[in-house]
Design a protein around this ligand. Structure first.
Ligand code: ADP
Ligand code: MG
Length: 700
């Protein structure tokens, strides 16, 4: 029919070597071997790899690709790629386009500059990347991108994808054991599903370029509040401006081409803030796609004369940006294991999975907190715009009532006044979409999935998802160990669920997470409140966390130690860069601007006095003197910050450094910011050297 109507289905995935494309370019035996490999996890033979590589090459060349790259996710948090062209010399000084199975399966990027936390000794600077056949290759900027894992020669994971895949494997194994206990013989695979909602800011590129802090740190280091912020709530879900709409349309098309199921877009709470959400998919693909999304968001913005800010807190005083990790477990037969069922047996199974989740989150709350601990996110968590730093679970009233009735073994249905017996009684239907969802909860049950809301907008979903998978695997394992040997399955099941609910009831909280009183209550309950990254990071390597992750094969102890070191180092580096940027801006522009404006005020005073002897110069005098004393204070604090950076001594331990950067350096930065913001409001517009919040937030 109409050409227009068919355009999007045709566009969708047009740059992805997906199953359909593969079936056209790869032999039948090759396809079968690939599918077996997905099921069994066994490696492909070189012959099959050659077959797939050849098909991939033909497909890519037909779509204009000239290069290929192993696309991986090192611990920098962004993706990395190293491009090689397909050309290979042949006689006569000519070339042919070549791509072998060996090149598909394994690469050796020079990896010496990626963070490794000491995992890779300098003599073996080259890590290797290995093809992840569970995620489709795609074309981006004329290059065939092959999703890969990234390891050291010793086999240590140097990336975010490897542990994610291991955790998916771990939870699959344990969930299958549980399903078998409930008589499910059909399910062959349980896969974590993830739908990451992505918030971002869009600002004008010309203005962005004038702010050194945005360019170097991704966030403003100062800026007085504009006269209007988000008070009126008129931006949230408001009509989308034409320039933004054009951007979103272009973005959707770019995302669809590479197979990202971009679905929802709307304005967010803060001015200039927006959100994009894809349709969920398996955790590995969802993670790859979210990385791609963030990259494409920035690229498309540039085409529109805009800049896409993914930092968690680009502007103080208005909401920052987060990422919601919507997470569930689904079977290959299409069942969601967090869907309350309609028969007693299905509900018993649901309660068991729920119990595992509650128990795991309570036991490993500090670890979950760590997965969202980094400098950018410290501005959001606990700041009345994002969940507090305390982990808790929101179940909704009905489900919490069910939990309580299991604990108390008392009346559960008001109407029927009878005790709930697991495996016999049917639960009331849990509404799939409760309207009064608690937006303040870090981990909310939303019908058939959990929404982990503490993630920062710039971060990879891999880390938090790896931990969600792993704690689930651990608790399911404990349950399966108990239940498999049980003489009376029903009784044992009841006990396991009831014990878990009873021992971990404290992690459930339905109230307002932004409320001060919750923090007091949480403390009474013994929940951890790790307020900042500096407070949180040491919990990463608590013995119980190391035991959890190593026992399930998700990380080795060495890998955890390395990651711990990298996270600490990264925090210090980020604060260091922010501090030096702030010093630079103050020294090169702000002190001068204020001084020039004061001088002009003084000139005015002199002129006025000469022209009109005896006239009052109250305004100019007051302003000039306030500006002078504030500027002096600014100079002093800036010098103090400078010397604080100079005296970062190398004999501090990494933990001490972390606290030094947080308490001393970041503390001084905040004091400086307060002064600069005051100066900004007092200085005449034409003297102020930087675009203001008003300019930045209301110009697109
Ligand atoms: P919200 O109201 O928070 O925006 P939505 O229901 O629109 O919530 O879903 C948000 C995200 O959750 C989307 O990316 C969606 O695809 C994803 N999602 C929905 N169901 C599941 C599920 N079972 N598992 C994982 N993610 C899911
Ligand atoms: Mg959400």
């Amino acid at each position: 029919m109409s050409e227009k109507k068919d355009r999007i289905p045709e566009l969708f995935g047009s740059m992805v070597f997906n199953e359909e494309a593969m079936s056209q370019y790869v032999s039948r035996t090759g396809m079968k071997a690939w599918k077996d490999c997905l099921q069994s996890g066994q490696p492909l033979s070189l012959a099959v790899a050659n077959d797939i590589a050849d098909g991939m090459k033909t497909w890519a060349l037909e779509r204009g690709a000239t290069h290929f790259t192993h696309w991986f996710q090192p611990l920098t948090g962004v993706t990395a790629e190293k491009h090689d062209s397909f050309i290979s010399p042949i006689e006569g000084g000519r070339v042919m386009m070549d791509f072998s199975g060996k090149e598909l399966v394994r690469g050796e990027p020079d990896a010496s500059s990626f963070p490794s936390g000491g995992l890779r000794a300098t003599f073996e600077a080259r890590g290797y990347s290995a093809w992840d056949p569970t995620s489709f290759a795609f074309i981006k900027n004329g290059s065939l991108c092959i999703p890969t894992v990234f390891c050291s020669y010793g086999g240590d994971a140097l990336d975010k994808k490897t542990p994610l895949l291991r955790s998916m494997d771990a939870v699959n194994k344990q969930a299958l054991r549980i399903l078998r206990l409930f008589g499910d013989t059909e399910t062959q695979k349980v896969t974590p599903q993830v739908g990451p909602e992505q918030e971002y800011f869009l600002i004008d590129k010309e203005l962005y370029l004038q702010r050194e802090d945005l360019r170097l740190c991704g966030r403003t280091l100062f800026g007085a509040k504009p006269p209007k912020g988000q008070e009126l709530d008129d931006h949230y879900f408001g009509a989308i401006q034409p320039r933004v709409a054009a951007y979103m349309k272009d973005l959707d098309e770019e995302l669809w081409k590479v197979g990202v199921l971009s679905k929802t877009k709307h304005n967010e709470v803060a001015p200039a803030q927006h959100e994009m959400a894809p349709i969920y998919g398996d955790a590995n693909t969802a993670n790859d796609h979210n990385q791609l999304t963030m990259e494409i968001m920035k690229k498309v913005a540039d085409r529109h004369g805009l800049v896409c800010l993914l930092h968690e807190k680009p502007f103080a005083g208005v909401n920052g940006s987060g990422k919601h990790d919507n997470w569930s477990l689904c079977t290959d037969t299409g069942k969601n294991l967090f869907s309350p069922g309609s028969t007693p047996s299905q509900n018993a199974q649901f309660l068991l999975f729920l119990a595992a989740f509650i128990q795991g989150v309570d036991k490993y709350q500090e670890l979950l907190r760590c997965t969202v601990a980094f400098a950018g996110n410290d501005h959001r968590l606990g700041a009345q715009e994002a969940p507090p730093a305390v982990i808790s679970i929101f179940l909704g009233e009905e489900l919490e009532a069910v939990v309580d009735s299991v604990i108390s073994e008392t009346a559960y249905l008001d109407r029927e006044k009878k005790a709930l017996r697991i495996g016999v009684d049917v639960l009331p239907t849990i509404p799939q979409d409760t309207t009064d969802r608690n937006r303040t909860s870090p981990l909310a049950f939303t019908g058939n999935k959990f929404e982990f809301r503490m993630l920062g907008s710039s971060q990879s979903v891999a880390g938090p998802t790896t931990i969600l998978d792993t704690i689930m695997a651990a608790e399911l394992k404990e349950f399966a160990d108990k239940l498999e040997g049980a003489e009376d399955f029903s009784a044992a099941l009841h006990d396991v669920i009831r014990d878990a609910f009873t021992s971990h009831r404290r992690i459930l909280f339905n109230g307002n997470g932004y409320d001060e009183s919750w923090l007091e209550e949480a403390e009474k309950r013994g929940l951890a409140n790790l307020k900042t990254t500096a407070d949180a990071l040491s919990a990463y390597i608590l013995p119980k966390n190391i035991k959890l992750l190593t026992s399930l094969g998700v990380y080795t102890e060495t890998e955890m130690m390395a990651r711990h070191e990298i996270h600490m180092e990264k925090y210090c580096k980020v604060i260091h860069i922010e501090a030096t940027t702030l010093i630079d801006m103050v020294q090169h522009a702000i002190l001068n601007a204020v001084s020039a404006y004061s001088a002009s005020l003084c000139d005015t005073i002199l002129q006025k006095k000469a022209a009109l002897p005896g006239v009052s110069c109250k305004v100019e005098e007051a302003l000039a003197s306030t500006l002078s004393s504030l500027n002096e204070e600014l100079l002093d604090k800036t010098m103090a910050l400078k010397s604080a950076l100079e005296t970062v001594s190398s004999d501090r331990s990494p933990e001490e450094l972390l606290h030094y950067y947080h308490d001393t350096v970041f503390g001084l930065m905040n004091e400086i910011r307060t002064i600069v913001d005051k100066l900004e409001t007092l200085t005449a517009t034409e003297y102020w050297p930087y675009p203001t919040y008003y300019d930045l937030l209301f110009s697109v």
